[in-house]
Design a protein around this ligand. Structure first.
Ligand code: NAD
Length: 267
């Protein structure tokens, strides 16, 4: 097995990453940055998202694992003080993995050039200033005219991130669906949009036809493209997915409870 370890710049993360690297080398496991079978992220969710994008062109062959050094991470199963247990689990790894859906985003610029992007949490279209005007095409049929701050498209595992903050549903990552959330929609006699989250199955794409402006922003996970002249953006759940090394049980609802509620008591 070939492993690479990515960390953020926090001292605790750098030290933890170094400890993991040394322990892996001592166990005879190869370290390889270019084509790892396993990419380990040490830090928080932001570090994990960056690690995902670093290897997003080799999702079929790379599994991912998160070690968190701060607050609870949604993409991290291990804590920094559990390195010895982690190494032991890696030595006895049976290559089992669990997959979560990711998003394909196809951006068409005003000059008709097309760019393809992947997102693990979400992709958002907004304008830098002023409100955004767009037609929403759902499964090739006109659905609504949107006017407001923007539109957010999230994966199930991204549903606990930005989407939740704007009133989205929390979706179990075993569900193969994409969620669209309107951000501050304007609803009056002139503009009317559904103003509720839309959940689309993996077979359906949602295309956003944009009014011709040159200050669009496309934010995807920790990345963004700014001041873009866009024609349209198409979103659909990808045929690819992210594979997590399953070295321990991941209990999604327990993680949600722990992160957002923290009240484990029965009445
Ligand atoms: P960041 O790395 O500072 O992350 C912001 C917070 O979002 C952190 O607390 C992180 O743990 C949490 N987070 C990230 N992914 C999550 C997930 N799948 N489930 C639950 N919590 C999650 O911010 P950044 O680098 O600018 O962006 C990374 C991600 O942070 C974005 O993909 C976005 O979803 C999220 N974010 C959320 C808000 C918000 O809720 N208002 C604002 C900005 C960014």
């Amino acid at each position: 097995m070939k492993v690479w370890i990515n960390s953020n710049t926090k001292e605790v993360s750098i030290k933890t990453a170094e400890k993991i690297k040394q322990s892996l080398l001592n166990a005879g496991i190869e370290i390889d940055q270019k084509n790892p079978d396993l990419a380990i992220s040490v830090g928080g969710d932001g570090t994990f998202l960056k690690t995902f994008h670093e290897y997003s062109d080799q999702l079929a062959t790379t599994r991912f694992l998160g070690v968190h050094t701060g607050h609870l991470g949604f993409y991290a199963d291990w804590r920094d003080f559990e390195v010895d247990e982690l190494i032991e689990a890696l030595i006895h790894d049976t290559k089992q993995s669990i997959t979560y859906p990711i998003l394909d985003v196809e951006v068409t610029y005003a000059d008709d050039s097309v760019e393809k992007i992947k997102a693990l949490n979400e992709a958002i279209i907004k304008r830098t200033s002023k409100t955004m005007r767009a037609d929403v095409i759902l499964d090739n049929e006109f659905f609504e005219k949107f006017r407001g701050d923007g539109l957010c498209f999230s994966t199930p595992s991204g549903s606990t991130a930005y989407a939740k903050s704007i009133g989205g549903a929390v979706i179990h990552p075993k569900s193969h669906v994409m969620q669209m959330n309107e951000i501050a929609p304007i609803n009056n006699r002139v503009y009317r949009s559904i103003s509720a989250p839309i959940i689309a199955p993996s077979s359906q794409a949602i295309e956003i036809l944009l009014a011709p402006e040159d200050d669009y922003m496309v934010n995807y996970d920790t990345n963004s493209k700014i001041d873009c002249s866009l024609k349209s953006v198409k979103f659909q759940l990808s045929n690819e997915s992210i594979q997590f090394a399953q070295l321990r049980d991941r209990h999604f609802w327990g993680r949600v409870e722990h992160a957002f509620l923290g009240t484990n008591d029965f009445i």
